[in-house]
Design a binder for this molecule. Structure first.
Ligand code: ZN
Length: 170
C-alpha cells in the first residue's frame, strides 16, 4: 500500500486537461490501487489522477458500494438535475452546493482496458461528475453556490449532526 500526496488547489496540474490512458499494464493497476488507498485514507469518496499529480484520465470512486476503477471515463447519457453538497480533497475545508445531472450512464475502461458502463444516480452520479471534471481541469468551486468553510470539529453545535461533511470529499 502506498499513499500518494494529494495536490492542493493552486497546483497547475489541477487546471490541466488530462491525457487519455492508452497503456493498460501493471503500473496502471498499481496506480489504481495506490489511488484507492490514498482516497480511503483521506478519507474521501472519489479521487482523480490530477489530484495526485498524474495528468491521466483515471478515476477511483467508492460511495459505499465498493471500489470502482475507471480509465477514460465518458458520460454517454444524462437525465434530470440534482443540487447537493460537495467537498474536494484538493480544497480542504471548503464545501458548497453544486447542480449536477441526476442520472448518468458512464462508459470507461477497466484496469485491463476492457470497456464497461456504469448507470449511476444520486451520490455516485454526483461523484462521477466531480471526478470527470477534475480530468478537464475543472474544480467544484467553479460551479458551487453557498460556498462555506467547515465548522471546526470541536465546536459544539447541534447542526453538525445533520450530515457528515467528511463523506462528501472527492
Ligand atoms: Zn475533487
Amino acid at each position: 500500500m502506498s499513499l500518494l500526496p494529494i495536490k492542493l488547489v493552486g497546483e497547475e496540474v489541477l487546471r490541466s486537461k488530462a491525457r487519455d490512458v492508452d497503456v493498460f499494464d501493471a503500473a496502471l493497476a498499481r496506480l489504481f490501487d495506490d489511488m484507492l488507498d490514498t482516497m480511503y485514507a483521506a478519507p474521501g469518496i472519489g479521487l482523480a489522477g490530477p489530484q495526485i499529480g498524474i495528468s491521466k484520465r483515471v478515476i477511483v470512486l467508492d460511495v459505499g458500494d465498493g471500489p470502482i476503477r475507471m480509465a477514460n471515463p465518458k458520460i454517454m447519457e444524462k437525465d434530470g438535475e440534482q443540487l447537493g453538497l460537495e467537498g474536494c480533497l484538493s480544497i480542504p475545508g471548503l464545501y458548497g452546493d453544486v447542480l449536477r445531472h441526476d442520472k448518468i450512464v458512464v462508459k470507461g475502461q477497466d484496469v485491463n482496458g476492457k470497456t464497461f458502463r456504469v448507470s449511476a444516480d444520486g451520490l455516485l452520479s454526483r461523484c462521477f461528475q466531480h471526478e470527470i471534471d477534475h480530468l478537464d481541469g475543472k474544480l467544484f468551486t467553479d460551479m458551487a453556490v453557498n460556498l462555506h468553510e467547515q465548522k471546526p470539529k470541536d465546536e459544539d453545535d447541534e447542526e453538525d449532526d445533520d450530515f457528515d461533511e467528511d463523506e462528501t470529499d472527492a
